[in-house]
Each structure stands twice: as structure tokens, then as C-alpha cells.
Design a protein around this ligand. Structure first.
Ligand code: HEC
Ligand code: HEC
Ligand code: HEC
Ligand code: HEC
Ligand code: HEC
Ligand code: HEC
Length: 497
């Protein structure tokens, strides 16, 4: 045995293969980490390759080294010892020399290409195209909704992963499972929401939106059409009190101040959807005082409190649909009617449009065909005169109703506004009224307010062509004159899939 630095049994072909696999992977990992450090923006997805895929090869390489060494040792022990040598390369032999040159240059070029290739591959995995379309069917609803959202230019990874190593490793572990579930068609339809391990908003939303800077009020206008023959119209304008504070002028009152800036809110939900909330704890950030609110209509034994984890409320508890908004049909039909693209003079158009949208269909093609048939036949059978004089208007209405369907319903994933309710508001989901239903009371008798004017001021309402205006706030008149004793969502969310 000449001057070998390692025990004899390391010098065998299997171990050598292991060594090369391990060192190539290690080199690539170093290369990617360097690229990541030099990149101007952080690239969340570099982690898939650098920290998950390559290390697998590194480990395989190490295992092969060990297996080779172990086998060789057994061979030596069993007495079959004969010194193994590395192949002798006689570089004076032209053939061998050529082979060596081709092999080494080839390897170097290949290595460079694969490094560049993995770089390109990880860049691709960062694009919205990758997130939104590679697993086409399961991601389609979110992708379509996203492309129509105020955040259409914010990459998926900015909200779903954020920057920093720990969250992308976490996301990649779930990502690997998701990949498997798509390959083997095991994903659930629809994808369950809320996402359980979504990164807290501090690492995502708050990188762009500054919680200390919310002020003023936001004016919103609504147009409503009832389901009667005349599509009776009413209008409502309100100021949403989105304020909360400003870094220069200090705190002001409003939705964001109370909820997010001056207080920490922890709550317990009994269901996966986080809709049934019996217990809320508010901690003031000024004096650390804690107030506990309990919902007197939801039975809950506080001895079980330890068994549950309190969720620290953040942006997502209200803004659960910043990028994937699946609209409720009344709302969309109202908007298109107000815009005039669905003709308000077509009798019952509001009612049949919403009815046609809400039927369960098995796929988009059937849905679009059925919408056309339902609406055409309705006018042919009930209003033949209007059908013949207003063909163009009916045709246009149909195309807009189909558009609403395409954008908001995804039968292949069983997705609609019911499956992904929007927690901003309280009409088509419990939303704010999960806590603000007037039943959340503290020991001191303080109630989480249900007053119609704490979150918005109704400044104008037009009903039966009578317009009322007041800057101090009007009392809301329900468009169909219902006497509302229940939660809005008790009546406004019903049936369907
Ligand atoms: C502005 C931030 C933001 C962006 C950008 C964004 N998402 Fe989301 N996404 C969310 C939030 C918030 C949720 C719901 C989380 C919850 O309720 O737990 C969500 C939920 C989801 C869900 C779970 C199903 C659901 O609808 O609740 C999927 C799947 C998803 N997003 C995919 C994507 C894809 C793909 C992209 C890019 C094409 C993307 N997201 C871009 C914020 C975002
Ligand atoms: C990469 C930056 C970025 C991130 C991250 C981001 N937003 Fe935004 N957000 C924006 C921009 C820019 C707008 C304004 C879009 C416009 O007006 O066209 C916006 C608009 C909004 C609006 C107003 C939407 C409207 O209808 O006018 C809300 C609410 C909002 N974001 C909430 C969130 C929440 C919640 C998150 C975290 C899940 C989030 N944003 C993450 C950049 C971001
Ligand atoms: C208590 C519920 C609640 C919480 C928590 C909350 N918001 Fe809001 N936010 C609202 C409501 C309600 C509106 C107005 C709804 C609308 O614009 O449709 C709003 C509006 C906004 C807007 C648009 C403001 C404007 O002037 O148009 C942005 C941006 C926003 N929120 C971001 C955030 C961010 C970021 C967080 C987390 C730091 C957050 N919100 C936490 C309820 C909340
Ligand atoms: C998880 C429970 C919870 C949810 C959901 C919730 N809130 Fe609140 N909200 C509270 C609590 C608790 C308080 C503080 C009550 C107190 O201290 O008097 C509060 C207070 C407020 C206040 C200040 C009230 C006042 O008296 O000045 C506003 C405004 C507000 N919330 C708006 C909203 C809006 C808008 C939504 C829905 C987008 C919402 N909240 C959803 C728990 C909740
Ligand atoms: C905790 C805050 C809060 C309270 C209390 C509250 N609202 Fe609202 N309301 C909202 C928010 C947020 C929206 C949604 C704004 C938007 O469309 O983005 C809303 C929307 C509405 C709308 C428009 C609904 C639509 O989708 O067309 C009406 C009408 C309304 N509220 C009536 C009331 C009445 C009546 C009360 C009193 C019983 C009340 N609200 C109490 C927060 C509140
Ligand atoms: C007792 C059941 C019930 C309750 C509670 C109720 N609504 Fe309604 N609401 C109705 C019915 C029924 C209609 C008429 C629907 C139609 O003609 O299309 C309606 C119509 C409306 C409309 C106009 C129709 C549209 O979308 O174009 C709005 C807006 C509305 N309700 C808001 C609310 C709000 C906000 C609350 C809670 C403060 C509420 N409703 C509570 C049953 C109810």
C-alpha cells in the first residue's frame, strides 16, 4: 500500500461514483447559493433546488460512498484481497489521450450547462405562469380570479411565501406534497381554505402595505335590482371607515386602527373555516390590558381552551380574498345592469340571470349552453313580443351572463362564491358578523358592536326614486323592505354548491 490518505476500502469504483455525485451536487448547491446572494431581489424558489432537490442527490452520493466502502471492506476481510488500483491512463496513447480530453471537456461543459439549467429552472418556478398553470385544473380558479384582481401584478410567491429561508422551506415541504397530490389526482376539490400554514401577514402583505398608514374614508356606491318584473332599482352610497392612523398625524379612528394597529386580537374558532367564534381576546398594545369577549349564543366550555390554539388575527382574517375573489351573482348582475350592458328593461332579467348562474352544472360548456337556452326560452315563452323586438339586447345580456359564469364558477373544482366566501362585509358571508353580531360580550358588559354606523356611514339611499341624503348617516332601508332581525347572511346565503 503506497501513500494513500484514506483506508484502502475507500478506493473502489462504487465509492468513486458516489464521490462524484456528491461533489457535483455540492458544487451546484454552492453555485446556487452564491447566485441567490448576489441577486438583487430575493428569489424564494431558489430554495426548491438548492435546499431540497440537490441535497437529495448529495445524500444519495454519500450513501453510495458508504455502501461502496462497506462492500470493499467485506471483500478485503473475506481474504480476497488484491490491491485495487485506479485505471492507468497512458496519455502517450493518442486514442486514450483523445478520450480523456473529450471526457473532461465534456464534463465541464455539461456541468456548466446543468448549473445554468438549474438556474433557469428555478427562475421559471418563480413565475406566476408556473404557479398558476402547471397544475392546470387545480389552480385554474385561483389563477383566473387572480388575473382579475387588484393584485394581478403581485407575484403569487409574494403572498404565499414571502422572503427568507424558513418560510420557503416550509412552503416547499407542503409544495412537494401538493406536487404528489396533483400527479396522483389526490387533491381535494375545492382546495380547502383557509390555508392552514399561510405565512403571517407581517411577512407578506405588510411588506407593501404599511399598517401604520391608513386614513380617511372610502366612498362606495351600490346599485341594486330586485327580482321582480321591473327589476326595481335602488341605490346606496356609503363611506367605509377604512382609517386607522398615519405616521405623521398619529392615530385616527377606523377599521384598521381598532383591529390592527393599537390592539392585538386573538380568537378561537371551532370550525376549520374559522366562522364559529366563541372566544376573543383583545390585548391593548398601549397598556397591555386584556379584555375577553365571549359569544353568548355559542356554547363553549372554557376548560377546553388549552386544547385549542388561539389564532392571532391579522390582515387575512378580514382580507381573505385579496387576490382570489369569487363574486356573488347578485352583485355581478347588479353591476352589469347598472353599467347598461345587461338591459334593465328586460322583464325579470335580474331574477333569471341569477337563477341561471346558480344552477349546478357539470362543466363550463354545459353551463354556457344552458344559460343561453334558459334565457332565450324564458323570453320566447313568456314575452314573445319582447323576444322579437329585443333580440340584440337579449343576446348581449346572455353573453355577459356567460362571462360572469366563466370568471366566477369553476365546476371542475366545485368552486364558487359559496366555497370561498369573502370575509370583507357581512351580506354574502358572515364576515365581520362572526364577531360583530351583537352577541360577543365581555365580563364588564362591553359588546363587540353591531351598530350599523361604526364601520360605514350611509350617506345616500335612493329607493322608489326617492333620494335621501345625509352626511351624518342614514338608517338603512332594506331594498326589499324586509324587517331584518337575523344576520344578513342567514337569508342571503342559501342552496347551491
Ligand atoms: C395579494 C396576495 C396574494 C397573491 C398575489 C396570490 N394569493 Fe393565493 N391566496 C392569498 C390569500 C390571502 C389566500 C387565502 C388564505 C386563507 O384564507 O387562508 C389565498 C389562497 C390561495 C389558494 C387556496 C384556495 C383559496 O382560494 O383559498 C390557492 C390555491 C392560491 N391562493 C394560489 C395562488 C396562485 C396560483 C397565485 C398566483 C397566480 C396566488 N395564489 C397569488 C393571497 C394571494
Ligand atoms: C408586492 C406588493 C403587495 C403585496 C405583497 C400585497 N399587496 Fe395589496 N396592493 C398592492 C398594490 C400595489 C395595490 C393597489 C392596486 C391598485 O390600486 O391597482 C394593492 C391593493 C390592495 C387592496 C385594495 C384593493 C382594492 O380593491 O382597491 C387591499 C385590500 C390589499 N391590497 C390587501 C392586501 C393584503 C391583505 C395582502 C396580503 C395577503 C396584500 N395586499 C399584499 C401591493 C401589494
Ligand atoms: C377588521 C378587519 C380588517 C383587518 C384586520 C384589516 N383590514 Fe384592511 N380593510 C378592511 C375593510 C372592511 C376595508 C374596506 C373594504 C373595501 O375596500 O372593500 C379595508 C381596506 C383595506 C385597504 C384599501 C384601503 C383603501 O383606502 O382603499 C387596504 C390596502 C387594506 N385594507 C390593507 C390591509 C392590511 C395590509 C391589513 C393588515 C395589516 C389589513 N388591511 C387588516 C378590514 C380589515
Ligand atoms: C375575530 C373577531 C372579529 C372580527 C372577525 C371582526 N372584528 Fe371588528 N372588532 C373585534 C373586537 C374584539 C373589537 C373591539 C371591541 C372593543 O374593544 O370594544 C372590534 C372593533 C371593531 C371596530 C371599532 C368599533 C368601535 O367601537 O369603535 C371596528 C370599526 C371594527 N371592529 C370593524 C370590523 C370590520 C369591518 C370587520 C369585518 C371586515 C371586523 N371588524 C371583523 C373583533 C372582530
Ligand atoms: C363591523 C363592521 C360593520 C358593521 C357593524 C356593519 N357593517 Fe355593513 N358593511 C361592512 C363592510 C366591511 C361592508 C363591505 C363593504 C364592501 O363592499 O367592500 C359592509 C357592507 C354593507 C352593505 C352593502 C352590502 C352589499 O354587499 O351590497 C350594506 C347594505 C350594509 N353593510 C348594511 C349594514 C347594516 C344595516 C348594518 C347594521 C345592522 C351594518 N351594515 C353593520 C361592515 C359593517
Ligand atoms: C329575512 C331575510 C333577509 C335578511 C335578514 C336580510 N335580507 Fe336582504 N334581501 C332579502 C330578500 C328576500 C331580498 C330580495 C331579493 C330580490 O328581490 O332579489 C333581499 C334583497 C337585498 C338587497 C338587494 C338585492 C340585491 O342584492 O340586488 C340587498 C343589498 C340586501 N338585501 C342587503 C341586506 C343586508 C345588508 C342585510 C343585513 C343587514 C340583509 N339584506 C338582511 C332577505 C333578507
Amino acid at each position: 500500500m503506497k501513500n494513500k490518505k484514506l483506508p484502502q476500502y475507500f478506493y473502489n469504483p462504487i465509492t468513486l461514483i458516489g464521490v462524484s455525485i456528491a461533489s457535483v451536487s455540492f458544487g451546484l448547491i454552492l453555485f446556487l447559493m452564491m447566485l441567490d446572494m448576489l441577486a438583487k431581489e430575493s428569489k424564494p424558489y431558489v430554495g426548491i433546488i438548492a435546499f431540497i432537490i440537490l441535497p437529495v442527490f448529495l445524500i444519495i452520493g454519500l450513501i453510495i460512498i458508504a455502501v461502496g466502502a462497506f462492500k470493499e471492506r467485506k471483500r478485503i476481510k473475506s481474504g480476497k484481497f488484491e490491491e485495487r488500483r485506479l485505471p492507468v491512463l497512458d496519455l502517450n496513447d493518442t486514442q486514450k489521450r483523445r478520450a480523456v480530453i473529450i471526457f473532461s471537456v465534456g464534463t465541464i461543459v455539461l456541468l456548466m450547462f446543468s448549473a445554468f439549467g438549474s438556474f433557469k429552472a428555478y427562475e421559471y418556478t418563480e413565475t406566476d405562469e408556473f404557479c398558476g398553470t402547471v397544475c392546470h385544473t387545480p389552480m385554474e380558479p385561483e389563477f383566473v380570479a387572480y388575473q382579475n384582481s387588484p393584485h394581478a401584478r403581485v407575484g403569487c410567491v409574494n403572498c404565499h411565501i414571502g422572503s427568507g429561508a424558513d418560510w420557503f422551506v416550509k412552503s416547499k415541504i407542503t409544495g412537494a406534497y401538493q406536487f404528489y397530490s396533483v400527479l396522483f389526482n389526490k387533491y381535494s376539490r375545492p382546495i380547502p381554505t383557509p390555508i392552514e400554514n399561510l405565512r403571517p401577514a407581517a411577512g407578506t402583505c405588510e411588506q407593501c402595505h404599511w399598517p401604520q398608514n391608513f386614513f380617511s374614508e372610502k366612498k362606495v356606491e351600490y346599485n341594486y335590482f330586485l327580482s321582480d318584473e321591473n327589476n326595481t332599482r335602488s341605490e346606496l352610497t356609503m363611506l367605509l371607515k377604512v382609517g386607522g392612523g398615519n405616521s405623521e398625524f398619529g392615530n385616527t379612528s377606523g377599521i384598521h386602527w381598532h383591529m390592527d394597529i393599537k390592539n392585538e386580537i386573538y380568537y378561537l374558532a371551532l370550525d376549520r373555516e374559522r366562522n364559529i367564534i366563541p372566544y376573543v381576546k383583545v390585548r391593548s398594545l398601549e397598556d397591555g390590558k386584556e379584555t375577553i369577549f365571549r359569544n353568548r349564543t355559542i356554547p363553549f366550555d372554557e376548560k377546553d381552551l388549552d386544547k385549542h390554539e388561539l389564532r392571532k388575527s391579522d390582515c387575512i382574517d378580514c382580507h381573505n380574498r385579496p387576490a382570489h375573489i369569487f363574486n356573488q351573482p347578485d352583485k355581478m348582475v347588479n353591476e352589469f345592469m347598472a353599467e347598461g350592458v345587461i338591459d334593465v328593461n328586460l322583464p325579470f332579467i335580474k331574477s333569471i340571470a341569477v337563477g341561471a348562474l346558480e344552477k349546478p352544472y357539470s362543466n363550463k360548456k354545459i353551463a354556457n349552453d344552458s344559460i343561453r337556452i334558459l334565457i332565450t326560452e324564458f323570453y320566447q315563452n313568456n314575452y314573445p313580443e319582447i323576444y322579437s323586438t329585443k333580440k340584440a339586447e337579449i343576446e348581449k345580456a346572455i353573453s355577459y351572463i356567460q362571462r360572469i359564469y366563466d370568471r366566477n364558477y369553476f365546476p371542475s373544482m366545485l368552486v364558487s362564491w359559496r366555497k370561498y366566501p369573502n370575509n370583507i362585509g357581512h351580506t354574502y358571508a358572515v364576515g365581520c358578523f362572526r364577531c360583530h353580531d351583537g352577541n360577543m360580550v365581555s365580563d364588564e358588559g362591553k359588546v363587540v358592536s353591531n351598530d350599523c354606523n361604526i364601520c360605514h356611514t350611509m350617506i345616500s339611499q335612493t329607493i322608489d326614486n326617492v333620494r335621501q341624503v345625509s352626511l351624518d348617516g342614514l338608517e338603512f332601508i332594506h331594498p326589499s323592505r324586509k324587517d331584518i332581525k337575523q344576520l344578513c347572511s342567514d337569508c342571503h346565503v342559501k342552496g347551491g354548491y
